[in-house]
Design a protein around this ligand. Sequence first.
Ligand SMILES: [Zn+2]
Length: 238
Amino acid sequence: MNDEASALLELQKIDLDLMRAHAQLGAMPQTERLAAVAQAKKKLSAELKHVIGLRKDIETDIAEMRELHAGYEQEQRAVRSSITEHGRSYKEVQALDAKLSLLAKQLEKLEFKRGPLLEKLAKAEEAEKKLKALGSKLLADEEALRRSFDQDSAEIQASIGRLGDDRADVISRISDDVCKRYAIAFKRFSGLAVERLAGNVPSACRVKLQADAYRDLERGPVISECPYCHRMLVREEP
Ligand SMILES: [Zn+2]
């Protein structure tokens, strides 16, 4: 077996080890809980956005109401002073009186709306406060989970680091063409891209080679392709 072929087999082993290590990380209990926290944060952020929008709408309504109120009161004052002016006819006074009573009704109407609106505002503010508190709690949970994850996974993370270094080293011993073929087969066979041929049975698909196919492989390059499953095939020479 040449150096490239043995490097290819090493690469396959390293990648399978990496897949195993990542699967172990994925299977850690913190991973699932972190995903749940992320989901909860997303939901909360949408709810918070809704509640803040609601609160701002209510605040706008209240501000508009206050402005209207001030306007009516100003008008009221103006009519009152105008009514006491000398020389007003009875008809004029009557019209101004009617205006005053209309303004009083309008002010009363506003007063009637004020209570429920303030109540709504208090409710929205309370909901916002609660959601924000929940958000802080989720952040704290997330941080604690991350710390625990880092602690429990330190060994796996370290081995992933070492495997990454080894991988770079091994890749440097393999030609670009073989690397490309490996990448394609790795994807196609979900990781198990390379098989060995010792005797006339490939190690992964285990389909016994016909005599002529075996002869062709023997005469061909050390790294070829399995005629049955089409994985990369490394011939182990005696
Ligand atoms: Zn095969």
